[in-house]
Design a protein. Structure first.
Length: 61
Protein backbone atom coordinates (compact mmCIF):
# COMPACT_ATOMS: atom_id res chain seq x y z
CA UNK A 1 0.00 0.00 0.00
CA UNK A 2 2.88 2.33 0.59
CA UNK A 3 3.28 3.41 -3.03
CA UNK A 4 1.25 5.45 -5.53
CA UNK A 5 0.39 3.48 -8.68
CA UNK A 6 0.82 6.52 -10.95
CA UNK A 7 3.53 8.76 -9.49
CA UNK A 8 5.48 6.24 -7.41
CA UNK A 9 5.26 8.37 -4.27
CA UNK A 10 6.08 6.40 -1.13
CA UNK A 11 7.08 6.79 2.50
CA UNK A 12 10.02 9.11 3.19
CA UNK A 13 12.13 9.06 6.34
CA UNK A 14 13.61 12.03 8.12
CA UNK A 15 14.12 13.65 11.50
CA UNK A 16 11.65 15.40 13.75
CA UNK A 17 13.61 18.30 15.27
CA UNK A 18 12.42 19.80 18.56
CA UNK A 19 12.90 23.37 19.75
CA UNK A 20 16.04 22.32 21.67
CA UNK A 21 17.27 20.70 18.43
CA UNK A 22 17.01 17.11 19.67
CA UNK A 23 16.27 14.72 16.81
CA UNK A 24 14.00 11.70 16.62
CA UNK A 25 12.98 9.57 13.66
CA UNK A 26 9.94 10.58 11.64
CA UNK A 27 7.98 9.01 8.77
CA UNK A 28 6.48 11.22 6.08
CA UNK A 29 3.56 9.25 4.63
CA UNK A 30 2.08 10.20 1.26
CA UNK A 31 -1.65 10.87 1.08
CA UNK A 32 -2.96 7.78 -0.73
CA UNK A 33 -6.52 6.74 -1.56
CA UNK A 34 -7.77 3.40 -2.87
CA UNK A 35 -9.73 4.17 -6.04
CA UNK A 36 -11.07 2.39 -9.12
CA UNK A 37 -9.40 3.56 -12.32
CA UNK A 38 -9.84 2.73 -15.99
CA UNK A 39 -6.68 1.40 -17.65
CA UNK A 40 -6.67 -0.10 -21.14
CA UNK A 41 -10.47 -0.36 -21.03
CA UNK A 42 -10.47 -2.37 -17.79
CA UNK A 43 -11.37 -1.34 -14.28
CA UNK A 44 -8.59 -1.66 -11.72
CA UNK A 45 -8.54 -0.92 -8.00
CA UNK A 46 -5.25 0.71 -7.00
CA UNK A 47 -3.65 3.11 -4.49
CA UNK A 48 -3.29 6.61 -5.97
CA UNK A 49 -1.97 9.79 -4.37
CA UNK A 50 -4.43 12.64 -3.98
CA UNK A 51 -2.08 14.89 -5.97
CA UNK A 52 -2.39 12.54 -8.97
CA UNK A 53 -6.19 12.47 -8.60
CA UNK A 54 -6.44 16.26 -8.43
CA UNK A 55 -4.20 16.86 -11.43
CA UNK A 56 -6.16 14.39 -13.57
CA UNK A 57 -3.37 11.87 -14.19
CA UNK A 58 -5.85 8.99 -13.89
CA UNK A 59 -9.37 8.39 -15.16
CA UNK A 60 -11.68 7.22 -12.40
CA UNK A 61 -14.18 4.47 -13.06
Amino acid sequence: MAKCYVTGKCVLFGNKVSHSHRRSNHKFKSNLKRVKIIENGRVKRVWVSTRALRSGLVERA
